[in-house]
Write a protein that binds this ligand. Structure first.
Ligand code: T3D
Length: 262
């Protein structure tokens, strides 16, 4: 049977490729579980020092597989709150709490939960031809997979509401201009650029990068005083790492540091 998420580990980068290209990598139960397993591996395996998430074929991810939600098949309406809690939310939480950088290479259309999973990654590169679509309004749903939270925080209410209520496609370049993603790159160079970025992050000071992620994610909810306290605690921890000692030594010896992630 075809794997719904392809997994490959090289140079400290765990590449997770959503792999249902004929359905634009929309989520069925199996793909949910495979993505979650990949993220859990990234959390537990010390050999993984960065994650690269992308999609197979011409799309990144079209959100929920609507074939699995066909009302014409009869039966009671599905409890979508339950499917969010059981399938989408655990992966979203893992992405955000993973103490390692997650790069997302958005290779094509990202719609519904697919758009919001991409946005939840730490550094997002998108092919110039890619589009982000808050497709929910088209089918009578509300933004999920963290979208109502991230869109409002990153873009502010006016743009968040307009994207969510109109479901108008947001081209990659505009998404970068608005600060929703890191950058839009030429389609042909997306995977090379994303892989190079993930590789360089994987060779970085993993502990410090994980703490940096936590700090930046906490800024939106913390007061300045809370954030200063958190910076103090994180810097104390980073300052005790082998990578900090190596970083300073390498600077003084005028050479490139060799971080081990410890
Ligand atoms: O249910 C729950 O658990 C709650 C959680 C919900 C989370 C959500 O994500 S809700 C939102 C679900 N997603 C959508 O509403 C998006 C649906 N897809 C589209 O609107 C369009 O496909 C796109 C705008 C993404 C891309 O359009 P286009 O013209 O480039 O491609 P296409 O021709 O529409 O799609 C290509 C194929 O993929 C096509 O199959 P076919 O005709 O070649 O056999 C199409 O049916 C299939 N496909 C695309 N999206 C989905 C899908 N099949 C199932 N589910 C999909 N979401």
């Amino acid at each position: 049977m075809t794997e719904t998420v392809l997994t490959a580990l090289a140079d400290g980068v765990l590449t997770l490729t959503l792999n249902r290209p004929d359905k634009l990598n929309s989520f069925n139960e199996e793909m949910h579980l495979a993505l979650r397993a990949g993220l859990q591996r990234a959390e537990e395996d010390d050999a993984v020092r960065a994650v690269l998430l992308t999609g197979a074929g011409r799309g990144f991810c079209a959100g929920q597989d609507l074939g699995d939600r066909d009302p014409r098949k009869g039966g009671p309406a599905p409890d979508l709150g339950h499917t969010l809690e059981s399938y989408y939310n655990p992966s979203l939480r893992l992405l955000r709490s993973l103490p390692k950088p997650v790069v997302c290479a958005v290779n094509g259309v990202a719609a519904g939960a697919g758009a919001n999973i991409a946005i939840a990654c730490d550094i997002v590169l998108a092919a110039r031809s890619a589009k982000f679509i808050q497709a929910f309004a088209r089918i009578g749903l509300v933004p999920d997979a963290g979208g109502s939270w991230s869109l409002a925080r990153i873009l502010g209410e006016p743009r968040a509401k307009a994207l969510a209520m109109t479901a108008e496609p947001l081209p990659a370049e505009k998404a970068a201009e608005w600060g929703l993603i890191w950058k839009a790159v030429e389609d042909d160079s997306l995977m090379d650029e994303a892989a190079a970025l993930a590789k360089s992050l994987a060779a970085g000071p993993t502990l410090g990068l994980g703490l940096t992620k936590q700090l930046i994610q906490s800024a939106a909810v913390n007061s300045l005083d809370q954030q200063l306290d958190m910076e103090r605690d994180c810097q104390r921890q980073a300052g005790r790492s082998a990578d900090y000692a190596e970083g300073v030594t390498a600077f003084l010896e005028k050479r490139k540091p060799e971080f081990t992630g410890q």
